[in-house]
Design a protein around this ligand. Sequence first.
Ligand code: PGA
Length: 267
Amino acid sequence: MVAMRPIIIAANWKMNSTPADAGTLAATIAAATNAADVVRVICPPYVCLAPVREALAATGVAVGAQNVHDKAAGAYTGEISAAMLAGLADWCIVGHSERRRDQCETDELIGRKLARCLESGLRPIWCVGEQLEEREAGRAEAVVRAQVARALSASGLGGGEGAASIVIAYEPVWAIGTGRTARGADAATMAEAIRGALQESGWAHDAAERVPVLYGGSVTAASIAEFLAEPAIDGALVGGASLKPDEMAGIVARAAATAAARRAAAR
Ligand code: PGA
């Protein structure tokens, strides 16, 4: 029996929008993407969480943060804890490659953040992905499997705890913000490898199969179909295109069609 996973489209606004304009943009995107069968999440900058939350209140679109600190509280100037996000966000991106690159986030730190999210009731969107040289050297799968294993080992979630909550985004680093996407088939192979790595870390087969794996990296309304055509892929983490309501409308429309087709096939 194949696990019926939700289709998720998550918007990563990165360091874009302001508290003055974020609510309007979020409301416009929500109105343009009305699809009951698709889990929609918008992740604005921290300072825009409150206006976005308010703008999305009656829309069914969830709100996520882009990062969280691994500690509960303390002397960490400029940081944001999971408790501070209560009432503002239900989701949280963890381990984005831009933070791995610019803030030197390690898999061990990312694992601790995952545990913090789960403990606090935040649904993590956990990002993994290889560099271009790693793919060209034929090491992409080994690199991503190792990212999964190291973070899980640091998280203490080796028994499949949080399986119902965790979402993984496979984002090849060379495809982020470059206009260059992975091939659908390669992303699907990686999604299967990720579920395999969860099992190697001690998760039961069913728990690993329940985890949605999204693709991320230059996703647009034009490129999303190739990924959603792969049964192993359950949606997308969208960066640049997520600031454009027309692009989001096209992406979510395709996701809704995929959700309907998968449901019909599972009957
Ligand atoms: P992109 O970003 O869609 O602009 O490539 C995706 C991401 O970084 O999550």
